[in-house]
Design a protein around this ligand. Structure first.
Ligand SMILES: [Zn+2]
Length: 250
């Protein structure tokens, strides 16, 4: 596994001290008035760092690198079949906490084959619709389940439906998470094998032309599973023939 080397962690410490002062009728800041009276002044920690001040932590493969990712599992039989078809090709599985409870043995099996297990939230909500504590609760409860069953705590999350923005990233980045999006994969959930293969071929060309890394999104438990499984060996062969290096998130 080349995770550590490939995704060299850019540790960005964003320390923001926000001091809110209000101006009273006298024109002097209220905080200073308190200090002059000899009372202790406590700076309250902000519940979330304002978006413009938070350094977003995202992960993306370098040019010439490809990450295969599988969302929404684990689930009975299909996840195991996906892992079997992958063989020695490393991939990242963004798992849902609720699914881990239903199919624990599948996530354990996936990890035992050397794949990276990362975070796709507990209930698969749209994170843009949640406040800070609820977003972090979605990630933390899933992380605890993954750590319990796999023995490694995830560091990367994928927002369900790609529902993210600068506020979501500010909240998750401040808590130490990295966000992972995608730029390819099955064109649609119900895409058949030929559509997937054709789509990935175009995505490879675009990424090469733009000198970008490639993150392919598939689903191992939903959508057209048969089409995905049929396409996967060809997709892997195409990428290998074109010289792409397979990497994982984590
Ligand atoms: Zn999903």
């Amino acid at each position: 596994m080349t995770t550590g080397r490939v995704f060299r962690r850019a540790v960005v410490a964003a320390l923001v001290i926000a001091v809110a002062t209000s101006t009273g009728a006298s024109g002097s800041p209220a905080g200073l008035d308190v200090a002059r009276r000899g009372q202790s002044v406590q700076l309250r920690q902000l519940p979330t760092v304002p978006a413009p001040f938070a350094a977003p932590r995202v992960k993306w493969p370098a040019a010439g690198q490809v990450a295969l990712t599988f969302d929404d599992g684990p689930c009975a039989k299909k996840t195991r079949r996906t892992v079997d078809v992958l063989g020695d090709t490393p991939a990242t599985f963004f798992v849902v906490g609720g699914q881990i409870r239903r199919s624990t043995s599948e996530v354990v099996f996936t990890a035992s084959r050397g794949h990276s297990i990362q975070n796709h939230t507990m209930d698969h909500p749209r994170l843009r619709g949640l406040d800070g504590p609820r977003i972090l609760n979605q990630l933390d409860t899933t992380a605890a389940l993954i750590e319990q069953h796999v023995g490694v705590r995830p560091t990367v999350y994928r927002p369900p439906y790609g529902s993210t923005d600068s506020r979501v990233r500010a909240i998750t980045s401040t808590a130490g998470w990295f966000e992972a999006m995608w730029n390819g994969g099955a064109p649609r959930m119900e895409s058949g094998a030929s559509s997937i293969i054709g789509g990935v071929r175009s995505q490879m060309k675009r990424a090469r032309g733009a000198n970008h890394g490639l993150v392919l999104l598939f689903h191992d438990c939903s959508g057209n599973f048969g089409g995905m499984i049929e396409a996967l060996p060809t997709v892997i062969s195409m990428l290998r023939a074109d010289g792409w290096e397979f990497v994982t998130f984590g």
